[in-house]
Write a protein that binds this ligand. Sequence first.
Ligand code: HEM
Length: 451
Amino acid sequence: MLSSKPAQRQPVGVSGFPIIGSMPEFARDPIKFITRLQNEYGDVAAFSLMGKQSVLISNPQDIERVLLETGKHYGKFHPTYAMRTILGNGLVTSEGDFWKRQRKLAAPAFHHQSIKRYADQMVTYAQDMAQTWQSGAVRDIHQDMMTLTQRIIMKVLFDVDVLDNAAEASKAFDDMMQALGADMGGIEAILPGFVPTPVRTRMVEGVKYIDGLLLEIIEKRRAEGSEKHDLLTMLMEARDDEGQPMRTEQLLDEIRTLYLAGHETTATTLSWTWFLLSRNPEVYARLESEIEQVLDGRAPTAEDVQQLPYCNAVIKESLRCYPVAWITQRIALEDVEIGGYQVAKDTMIFLSPWIVHHDARWYTEPDAFIPERWLKDKAEQPARETYIPFGGGPHICLGNGLAMMEGVLLLATLLQHDHVSILPEYPVEIGLAGTLRPKSGLQATFIGRDR
Ligand code: HEM
C-alpha cells in the first residue's frame, strides 16, 4: 500500500447490474452519470463497468498525483477495441520505455520555436476559409472548423495539402470517432472485438482509407527524399539503438495518432468558443475590440499571440467550460491510497476535467463563461491543478502549445473577416463521440466586415 498513513476506508458508490455494472447509465448520459457519482459519493466514488472495478476521482490534488505517478504506480489504461484498431501502438496508447523513446523523438517538433513556423500557414488557411463565407448565409461552423484544422494538421505534420480528399478524410475520421464513442457507450461496449457491428465495419474502412492516404505520402517521401523538417521526416529519419528505422506499421500508428489527436480537439474547442461568444455579447465585444486595437486590420503573426491576452483567456475559458477531452483513464498497477481511500490493484481510475472545471469549490460561477478569471493576478487565479484540459504529468498533451497558438490565431483571423453568431434558436446539445462536441453541428450566420 502506497501511503505514509494507512488508508482504512473503501470507496463507496453504485453497484449497478451484475456483469455490466453501471454501463447502461453511463452509456445513456456519461456526464450526468459522473456528475451524480461525485455529488452523491464524493471525491473517490466507486462503480463498475463491464466487470471492471472502477473509481471516479474528483479532487484536483489526487488527480495531479495520479497523473504524475503514471508509469510508476499507475498505468495508462486498457485500450478498447476501437482504440487498438485506430491508434495502434502510437503515442496515445503506448507505455513504458517504448512510449518514452517515441515521445522523445516527436517532442522537438512541438517545441515553442518549432511550432512558431506554422503560424503564417494557419493564418493563410483561415483567410482562405473566411473567403468562402458570405454575409447573411447560414452554415455549419463546426464543419468549417473541422475542415480548417484538418488542413492545418496535414500541413504541419506532413507538409501536404489534403484539400482534394477533405470530404472523404472527414468521413473516415468521423467513422473512427463514432467507434471510439461506441466502445464507451454503445452496444460495442459489451461485445467482444471480433463481432463486426456496422459501427466497427465503418471504422475499419475509415482506418484503411486514412492509411491509404498516409502510405502514399510516406512512399512519395521515401522515393523523393526530403529536406523538410516536419514531423514525418523526423520520425522517418529516427533510428533505434541498433540503427534500424521505424517499421512502416509503427510509423503509420504514430502518424494516424497525431492526425487524430491533433485536429478534432482544436476544431471542437473553436466551435464551443463561437457558441460561448454568441451567448455572451459583452465578452464578444471585448474580444473584437482587443483584436482591432492590437492588430489594426493586419494579419496576426506568431509574435502577436502573446499580445492578445483576452483572446488567450477566451480560448482558455472555453476549454474550461467545454474540455473536449472530457475524461481520462488510468489503471492502478498495485494497491494504492487515493484521498484516504484504499484502491485495489487493477482498479480503473477515471478522472474528468468536466467535473473538476465545473466544481464550485474551485471556480466561482462555474457554469458561467468568464475569461476575466484568467486575467487576474496569478495568486487570485484558479489554482493550477484545477485546470486540466490537457491532462498532466508525463503524458500531458504533446500538442498543447500548438493547440493554444492555433486557437488564438484562427479566432483572431476569422474575427477580422466576419462577426460569427450561432443562431439564437439553434438547439445546442453535447454529443460524446470520443470527444465532447456539439451533437448536431452549430448553425451560424455571418456578417462580413468591410469587404
Ligand atoms: C484543444 C486541443 C487539445 C486537447 C484538449 C487535448 C487534450 C489532451 C489530453 C487531455 C491528453 C492526455 C490524455 C491522457 O493523459 O491520457 C492529450 C494527450 C495527447 N495529445 Fe492532445 N489535446 C489537444 C490537441 C492536440 C494536438 C494539436 C496534438 C498534436 C498535433 C495532440 C497530441 C497529443 C498526444 C500525442 C498525446 C499523448 C501524449 C502522451 O501520452 O505522451 N493533442 N491531449
